[in-house]
Structures are given as C-alpha cells and as structure tokens.
Design a protein around this ligand. Structure first.
Ligand SMILES: [Zn+2]
Length: 115
C-alpha cells in the first residue's frame, strides 16, 4: 500500500466500520478494501487485524472446516465506541479538507497533479 503510514488510519476505521456491522474475515476485508482502491496484502492486513484485537477493538473466533480454519472478527463495545468518536472526527476533518478553504490562495506550491 502506497503512503501506508498516512492511510493506515483510514484502513483501520474501514475495518472497524465493517466489523461493527457484522463479522468479517481477512480475505473478505482485502477484497472490500481493494474495491475502494486500497491494495493490501495479507501480510499488511493481518497485523492490522491483530493490532485492533490486541487493543480491544475487535474480538475473533475461529471456525474450522476440516483442515482449514478461518478467523472471524467482530467489533467489541469499545470498538463501536471508538468508531463513533472517529466518525465525528472524520466528518469534521473531511468537511475541512474537501471544502479546501485554502484553495483560493495562490501559492508557489500549487500544482496540478499528474502533470
Ligand atoms: Zn467498505
């Protein structure tokens, strides 16, 4: 994932959002994130899931199907509380960065991207 450090917070919130709606598993989450333009390998996603579980935001259970086991994650009450706080903060931040109140200022650093 490009700009991983900057975007990993968005990815964590995205995970928490879906884990609050219902159970999810790693591969499903990788596909969901890919749909939104985030390319994450299992080697990147699983540590995020484990980290969120360690912090108490997610709980997991394992389901065995013969030899294979799949881990399902779900948000805890703490995770749901954190998501509500993050949602309010995201709304405020997005309001600011999408509105771009500084966009009318002419500065030397303004550039068209992709040119
Ligand atoms: Zn999503």
């Amino acid at each position: 994932m490009e700009h991983r450090e900057l975007l990993s917070g968005f990815v964590r919130l995205h995970i928490l959002h879906h884990a609050a709606e219902g159970e999810l598993y790693g591969q499903w989450m990788i596909e969901e994130l890919a749909r939104h333009g985030y390319k994450l390998s299992p080697g990147t996603l699983y540590p995020l899931l484990h980290g969120l579980e360690k912090k108490g935001y997610l709980v997991s259970r394992e389901e065995r199907d013969g030899r294979t086991a799949r881990k399902f994650y779900r948000a805890t009450p703490l995770g749901i509380e954190a998501l509500a706080i993050a949602r309010a903060k995201a709304r405020e931040l997005f309001g600011e960065i999408m509105h771009d109140p500084h966009g009318s200022k002419k500065t030397a650093s303004r550039r068209k991207s992709g040119e």
